[in-house]
Write a protein that binds this ligand. Structure first.
Ligand SMILES: [Zn+2]
Length: 234
């Protein structure tokens, strides 16, 4: 086998290894938790805090309502029980009853308002939870797919790396540095094929007849005049 044929063989395997590694890098990137899932979690936490705050406010209103109720009952009992006779005391008591009624009514209004708000927040929480659950499920499925693909590719990579090492060992060692440098410069493809005995397979530009002849008949290295790749005539 000609030296360039060895390099061509190595180049094919190198490109396969490159693409497997690129795909594995994509999978690793894909295995990071999606931004949508993170923001759904944040959204849910926000609504949960809102619900909790409204529940606390609701309890506070209930307590204020209860306190006003008790005070009202106590004062009404005194007011209508006939035990208080002094006009000033009666007047104060009446004022207190009036205040307790206002406080109770205020607490009731606020309680109602809070309950309505809490209910709306609860609905929002349920919707946020539903969104999050759907995203979590979707993400779980996606992860399984990705991990299955990843496992397969890792196995394949092992095989290809072994083939790559063997092909590299077979390739003429004095040409490897040139090959590696060219491969880096030419986006992974260092060796091009001469198609129909005249055209470079990579840049599609015709090669001079002298070069085509040299490729057919000699062992010397021939490069494409246009793209600079090493040419291999099959
Ligand atoms: Zn070319």
């Amino acid at each position: 086998m000609r030296p360039v044929a060895r390099l061509s063989e190595l180049n094919d395997i190198d490109l396969v290894v490159d693409s497997i590694k690129a795909r594995l890098a994509e999978i690793a990137e894909g295995l990071k938790e999606p931004a949508a899932l993170r923001s759904a979690r944040t959204a849910l936490a926000g609504v949960e805090a809102e619900v909790a705050a409204l529940r606390v406010r609701q309890q506070d209103c209930e307590l204020r309502q209860k306190t006003a109720d008790e005070k009202l009952a106590h004062n009404e009992k005194r007011l209508y029980g006939g035990q208080v006779h002094i006009p000033k005391e009666l007047q104060d008591l009446q004022a207190e009853v009036g205040q307790s009624r206002r406080q109770r009514s205020q607490a009731e209004d606020e309680l109602l308002e809070t309950m309505v708000a809490a209910e709306a927040a609860e609905e929002k929480r349920a919707a946020a939870q539903k969104t999050l659950d759907a995203l979590v499920a979707e993400w779980a499925t996606r992860q399984v797919e990705l991990r299955t693909g990843q496992a397969k590719l890792k196995k394949r990579l092992e095989t290809e790396l072994a083939r790559q090492a063997a092909a590299r060992a077979r390739a003429p060692s004095q040409l490897l540095l040139m090959y590696d440098t060219l491969r880096v410069r030419k986006n992974g493809r260092a060796v091009a094929t001469l198609l129909d005995n005249e055209v470079c397979s990579e840049c599609k530009v015709a090669v001079s007849p002298t070069k085509a002849f040299a490729l057919r008949d000699g062992d010397e290295l021939v490069y494409c005049e246009n793209c600079g790749r090493l040419l291999f005539g099959e």
